[in-house]
Design a protein around this ligand. Structure first.
Ligand SMILES: NC(=O)c1ccc[n+]([C@@H]2O[C@H](COP(=O)([O-])OP(=O)(O)OC[C@H]3O[C@@H](n4cnc5c(N)ncnc54)[C@H](OP(=O)(O)O)[C@@H]3O)[C@@H](O)[C@H]2O)c1
Length: 290
């Protein structure tokens, strides 16, 4: 299945469309249960719709109950099978309340898509009285999925299941100013997942890390400069996840990421110097204006 997205020319080059075999996806998901966190908006919502006709039991989790219910209604009208569990995955008590419900399912869960996430872009000087920015990004981007998976690993091992982590290209590139909270928390989980992956693989659980560039969702909406930058369509990301479900590849990353990683090593010091120069100039401009 190939979908044409309304991409600009640079977007077509950076994010070439990929397809997947719908029949193979249906075969792979027949009689299975998939848990998607962060399924109420953006990538998670697109994935839920993509899986609507596959016969899989979809378990959708996020905080916004009305949105989850509206997605459930739409998918069930197409013949899909959906359960929704509104929960704040940054709160250990709410994760703990969700887990017995999943464990009580007759077959447990076969695939977990760790997608729920929160992004914050803020300078360190604007964060001095905002310790909560760092605790809340760690809570949802790191501790939430760790708590969820620690409980689900035994059932995933029993089912020879699959865990798919929705990560960001930024965790593999040189760190950028203003992103301390988000990038530290996404890197923390990416590292946790990469450390545990060989252990999980050895017990028959497949693992996939998906490293994404900018994606046009509400996550990037508050950042004005991102609106003009090349960004993927969330439906395109959903297709990548469907392909990963079929081929169980360990990693997806855009083709150009390797060049970015090389440049991050070779040009580390010029990059840091450039950032310092740019930030100093910005501070001076601000002083002149005030
Ligand atoms: N957009 C990008 O440019 C981009 C780039 C790289 C990686 N990613 C990653 O892609 C994933 C999905 O992001 P998106 O772009 O689709 O953003 P989004 O549209 O904002 O969706 C985020 C999802 O996570 C859920 N969520 C947030 N906090 C939660 C919490 N405390 N408990 C439970 N669910 C929570 C949200 O639902 P509720 O608000 O209803 O809870 C929503 O369904 C994230 O992990 C993000 O880091 C995004």
């Amino acid at each position: 299945m190939f979908t044409a997205y309304k991409y600009s020319f640079p977007e077509l080059i950076l994010f070439p469309p990929i397809g997947f075999n719908e029949e193979r996806l249906r075969e792979r998901l027949k009689g299975k249960t998939i848990l998607i966190t962060g399924a109420s908006f953006g990538i998670g919502e697109s994935l839920a719709y993509k899986l609507a006709n596959t016969g899989v039991h979809l378990i959708l989790v996020a905080r916004t109950a009305e949105k989850l219910n509206s997605i459930k209604n739409k998918i069930e009208k197409q013949g899909g099978y959906v359960s929704v569990f509104p929960a704040d995955l940054s709160k250990p008590a709410e994760v703990a309340a969700l887990l017995p419900i999943i464990h009580q399912l007759p077959g447990g869960v076969d695939i977990v898509v760790n997608n729920a996430g929160k992004s914050i872009r803020r300078s360190i000087n604007d964060s001095l009285d905002r310790q909560h920015d760092f605790t809340r990004t760690m809570a949802i981007n790191y501790f939430g999925p760790v708590q969820l998976l620690l409980s689900l690993i035994p059932v995933l091992e029993k089912n020879k299941g699959h865990v798919i982590n929705i990560s960001s290209v930024s965790v593999l590139l040189a760190p950028a100013p203003y992103w301390a909270a988000y990038q530290a928390s996404k890197s923390a989980f990416d590292n946790w997942f990469r450390c545990t992956s060989p252990e999980l693989n050895a017990t028959g659980v497949s693992t996939t890390s998906i490293y994404l560039p900018l994606v046009k969702t509400r996550m990037i909406a508050p950042t004005a400069k991102y609106q003009k930058m090349p960004a993927m369509n969330p439906d395109h990301v959903a297709a990548i996840i469907c392909r990963a479900i079929i081929n169980k590849r360990r990693k997806y990353a855009p083709w150009w990421l390797v060049f970015g990683q090389l440049a991050s090593v070779i040009f580390r010091y010029p990059w840091e110097a450039l950032n310092t120069y740019w930030l100093k100039k910005k501070l001076m401009d601000q002083k002149q204006l005030s």
